[in-house]
Design a protein around this ligand. Structure first.
Ligand code: THU
Length: 128
């Protein structure tokens, strides 16, 4: 199964009763393992979490911290890019060269790197 297929398989489990905008994310680690996540909304709207954050949490729980590839799918006519916060969260565990494939509900795919999505990222190097 492709990484986008993994994201699509997760997406159906999204909990998005407020926006009705379901998102699924999948991460392949350098070890080759796959972790998925979905958006989980909350009656207190800002407390909702993004699909990418869920996939990252699952990866960390699985004992891994090195992202090799990312896929995101959302209920949109155009490929859904990670939000600003998720770009930063992904950058924590992914080098700028890592590819992020984004897919629309119609199957349109856009692939960009983490570095393209978040140029000039703040990282631990700035704290040396
Ligand atoms: N959402 C994600 O899960 N990932 C993104 O990168 C974009 C936005 C979710 C958050 C919220 O549950 C819904 O999409 C609408 O913003």
């Amino acid at each position: 199964m492709s990484l986008l297929d993994e994201a699509a398989k997760a997406q159906v489990k999204a909990y998005a009763p407020y926006s009705n905008f379901r998102v699924g994310a999948a991460i392949r680690t350098e070890k080759g393992d796959i972790y998925t996540g979905v958006n989980v909304e909350n009656a207190a709207y800002p407390e909702g979490t993004c699909a990418e954050a869920g996939a990252i949490a699952a990866m960390v729980l699985g004992g891994e911290t090195k992202i090799a590839e990312v896929a995101v799918i959302g209920d949109s006519d155009d490929p859904v890019p990670p939000c600003g916060g998720c770009r930063q969260k992904l950058r924590e565990f992914a080098s700028p060269e890592v590819k992020v494939s984004m897919m629309s509900r119609t199957g349109k795919v856009l692939t960009m790197t983490v570095g393209e999505l978040l140029p000039g990222a703040f990282t631990t190097e700035h704290m040396d």
